[in-house]
Design a protein around this ligand. Structure first.
Ligand code: 2AM
Length: 193
């Protein structure tokens, strides 16, 4: 295989993943039986750059970028809290937990964006909005179901969820399988070198 679907992300620890799954289960209970694809704990991460199809011939260039950009920054701590939806809670497609991050994370993301654009990966037009995806509302959801999702999110009183120390930046491959996406780490680089 000469091409893989790939993205660059940072991880959150398993205890926080478990807390987010519990939160997703609570939201699910409030929404009722709506067609949402909930993200399993092991797939929860903070995406810095979705690359799409990556030629294996480009892997060395990408790992060089990740290693160099990660080395430029120190480890950082992010804080998770609150829930919301893209594009808007009244029109929810992606259900997320919020992330508060130091400005260094945005700098890291911007530099990765710039360097990957330099080698030909399409630039993300949307502003960086750090989040952890909890679930995705199916395209076929009925308007009443979409409203139920939005109402549950707007009524939610979720506050602080926890903190995560970011120590590494990862390149993941994503294999779309019948049971959902399977993410596999291909390369990791430490923050701070
Ligand atoms: P997310 O950051 O909102 O969760 C792997 O698919 C990861 O890349 C997911 O976490 C996903 O969204 C993110 N991603 C960003 N843009 C994407 C796109 N156009 N297609 C698929 N995934 C994308």
């Amino acid at each position: 295989m000469s091409v893989v679907r790939a993205f660059i992300a940072v991880d959150i620890p398993p205890d926080l993943q478990a807390r987010l799954v519990k939160l997703a289960e609570d939201l699910h209970a409030q929404m009722g039986d709506v067609p949402v694809r909930w993200v399993p704990a092991e797939n929860m991460h903070l995406t810095l750059k979705f690359l799409g199809d990556v030629s294996l011939a480009n892997l060395d260039l990408l790992t060089d970028i990740i290693r160099a950009e990660a080395a430029e920054r120190d480890e950082m701590v992010i804080s998770l809290g609150g829930v919301g939806a893209f594009p808007h809670p009244r029109r929810p497609r992606v259900i997320w937990a919020g992330v508060e991050a130091p400005s260094e994370l945005e700098v890291l993301q911007r530099c990765i964006e710039r360097e990957t654009a330099r080698i030909g990966y399409p630039t993300e037009e949307r502003p960086f909005s750090p989040h952890i995806t909890l679930g995705r509302v199916s395209r076929g959801a009925a308007p009443a179901e979409v409203r139920a999702v939005g109402n549950a999110l707007l009524a939610s009183k979720v506050g602080f969820l926890g903190v995560a120390r970011l120590t590494e930046v990862h390149l993941y491959r994503s294999d779309l399988q019948r049971g959902g996406a399977v993410y596999t780490r291909m390369f990791s680089a430490p923050l701070g070198g």
